[in-house]
Ligand binder design. Structure first.
Ligand SMILES: Cc1ncc(C[n+]2csc(CCOP(=O)(O)OP(=O)(O)O)c2C)c(N)n1
Ligand SMILES: [Mg+2]
Length: 312
């Protein structure tokens, strides 16, 4: 006999399912930052959308054959060519004079965006096509077992950069920084470039709507906390998404026509990066010795630099 609470929960899920273009029942981890962000993105886009999705956790968890969580036409590309597929869809819609009615979106993880698919994304941007690209940045190749990507931040332990190795504890200040794809997108003269996190769903929604209104290529990068990759609990993804922005490490930014148009200010009472790093086991080794302390100071300096650079 179900309790009163479970009946109520069932009703809520049913009514949400009716409205959402990203249905419940997908295979993502409970609390997955990427799934929460993707649901917000597609619901902000609306039904007149076609999505090309790179290989990665989002694709694997939402489309186990023969099921799909997507309420819009959705195509799985290869790992590297979501942008080229989106370009093809856009060309077809243009030919049919449907390109003003239907929004084309390409999306992928940080590996598919920062590293493997970047050449094709750059080509799509060069062609100045009216396509939105969304990157869900969980800061590793999560789907294949948390290998480091070009988006992995300083000090993070991954399966290819385990604690104590090059990208983590011994190499502060060397060449292995997180790539600044926002700067690279701006260098392509995109009409709209924004950064946000899965801790701010209203911000994701507003940015997607703004990107869709913009005629021309747009890029949105969303920090998506990953439960197994960051070694966190399911109920920590939202709060860590917020702390990433509030510490200045992953600021909320919006550029229109190459100009910084909007930022979210950090709280007047400074939140130290330790507050963000400590709950994540991928950074646990930094809290164990003097060398780790130095790395934390270095990460704090990166956050401080952002606060100054963007006037947060
Ligand atoms: C050309 C190519 N290289 C590697 C793979 C294996 N592969 C599939 S998904 C994936 C990781 C995806 O990482 P990311 O893009 O960051 O997405 P996430 O799973 O983290 O959401 C890898 C390495 C592949 N499918 N194709
Ligand atoms: Mg990833």
């Amino acid at each position: 006999m179900p309790t009163k609470t479970s009946l109520k929960t069932k009703t809520i899920i049913k009514s949400k399912k009716a409205k959402s273009l990203f249905s419940a029942g997908h295979r993502a981890c409970a609390g997955c930052g990427q799934a929460i962000a993707a649901r917000t993105v597609v619901n902000a886009l609306g039904a007149n959308t076609i999505i090309a999705n790179a290989t990665g956790c989002l694709e694997v968890t939402t489309t186990p054959y023969p099921e799909s969580a997507w309420g819009v036409p959705w195509i799985h590309s290869l790992f590297e060519n979501a942008a080229a597929i989106a370009s093809g869809i856009y060309a077809g819609l243009k030919q049919k004079k449907q390109d003003k009615k239907i929004k084309v979106v390409a999306q992928g993880g940080d590996g598919g965006t920062f590293d493997i698919g970047f050449g094709l994304i750059s080509g799509m941007w060069e062609r100045n096509e009216n396509i939105l690209y969304v990157c869900y940045d969980n800061e590793a190749y999560s789907n294949t077992g948390m290998q480091a990507s070009g988006a992995t931040p300083w000090g993070s332990s991954t399966t290819t950069t385990p604690a104590g190795s090059g990208k983590t504890i011994d190499a502060i200040g060397s060449h292995q920084q997180k790539k600044d794809i926002i700067a690279i997108a701006l260098a392509h003269n995109l009409k709209y470039v924004a950064q946000t996190t899965a801790g701010y769903l209203e911000d994701i929604e507003a940015k997607v709507k703004k990107a869709v209104e913009t005629e021309g290529p747009a890029y949105i990068q969303i920090l998506a906390p990953c439960v197994p990759g960051w070694h966190i609990r399911s109920d920590q993804t939202m709060s860590l998404g917020r702390l990433a922005a509030q510490t200045g490490l992953y600021p909320l930014l919006e550029y229109i026509d190459g100009k910084l148009a909007k930022v979210m200010k950090v709280p007047a009472k400074k939140i130290k990066v330790e507050e963000y790093l400590k709950p994540q086991r991928r950074f646990a080794h930094l809290f164990k010795n003097e060398r780790g302390k130095e790395v934390i100071e270095y990460i704090q300096a990166l956050a401080d630099k952002n606060i100054e650079k963007y006037g947060l």
